[in-house]
Design a protein around this ligand. Structure first.
Ligand code: ZN
Length: 304
């Protein structure tokens, strides 16, 4: 991909609790950045629009905007509800036409996708997925979600993947906790999200010591999911980020357990001999999402 240094991009990482807006061209050139709490669509999107207007006044014209947002959402430009948030338990946001709010203020290309697809693209552009054709970016934090990049492009399909809501084996004798997903109870997110950990153990994950039994259980659930993704999509690498996923003491447990579950069935040296290069932490740290939004903006120009 050509890096045209004359163009400035806007990026929005729309999270469930905060929005991060940035203007720049990549990891070494973020010229302005702002963050504000996610309240109502009107208030939050107005803050985003105001930020970009202010930056344009001092930095010059923004060529395109990438918007990596919490979901579920409609990323299909041919759909009637393109750019809308789909039904979500998050108050105020169901049906919000967030791309329309941007378009009413800016007559430039907008590339709208899930937060995790954005982060995946950021890792492909500048992080640990450079040069790969097929990989997954998974975030394990307050919630769990995965972005898919398949045969050279982001995976959407019917709507977009919901990798956090797959089923996992739940041994109730080892873990009697019912799970917290409002839709499925004990799906992967219901059992392994930060919210689930806090409810199960009565304290935030940060307060659980490294040797707490919580981490073996957590590693097992994450590894079950990673094995399932490995079997279904055959990714060349899986990047695991998020507040829980990025914990350095958790990663080796997840690598080991995933290898055990796959049990040599996938005959690739990457899994058999170099599992530490197959399941990795993000190259861009906690900036994958924001930089991913900039990468989405860059792609908006390529396809427009
Ligand atoms: Zn679920």
């Amino acid at each position: 991909m050509k890096n045209n240094n004359n163009l400035l991009y806007g990026g929005i990482e729309g999270g469930g609790t905060k929005f991060v807006c940035a203007v720049g061209t990549g990891p070494n050139n973020v010229l302005a950045e702002a963050r504000f709490p996610t309240t109502t669509p009107e208030e939050t999107m107005t803050q985003a629009v105001d930020f970009f207007k202010q930056q344009e006044a001092s930095l010059g014209r923004i060529a395109s905007i990438g918007f990596a947002c919490f979901g579920p959402l409609d990323p299909n430009p041919d759909s009637k509800t393109y750019g809308h948030i789909l039904p979500t338990p998050k108050p105020h946001w169901t049906g919000a036409n967030v791309v329309g709010m941007l378009r009413s203020a800016f007559d430039i290309p907008v590339n709208f996708d899930t937060d995790v697809n954005g982060a995946a693209l950021g890792e492909w552009r500048w992080g640990k997925a450079q040069g790969l054709q097929t990989f997954i970016y998974l975030t394990v934090g307050t919630g769990i979600g995965g972005g898919g990049f398949v045969e050279g492009k982001l995976l959407h399909g019917l709507i977009h993947p919901e990798m956090g809501h797959i089923g996992v084996r739940h041994d109730r004798s080892a873990d009697p906790f019912d799970g917290v997903c409002p839709f499925h109870g004990n799906c992967f997110e219901g059992l392994a999200s930060g919210v689930a950990m806090e409810k199960r153990w009565g304290m935030h994950g940060d307060q659980l010591g490294k040797d707490h039994a919580a981490w073996n259980l957590e590693a097992d659930y994450i590894a079950q999911a990673l094995a399932s993704y490995s079997f279904t999509l055959s990714p060349q690498r899986i990047i695991v980020g998020g507040g829980v996923g990025s914990l350095p003491h958790l990663l080796p447990k997840v690598q080991q357990r995933t290898k055990e579950i796959i049990n040599s069935y996938i005959q690739s040296p990457v899994i058999l001999e170099q599992i530490e290069t197959y399941i990795v932490s993000p190259g861009l740290g906690n900036r994958s999402g924001m930089l991913g939004a900039i990468a989405l903006a860059e792609q908006a120009l390529l396809r427009s």
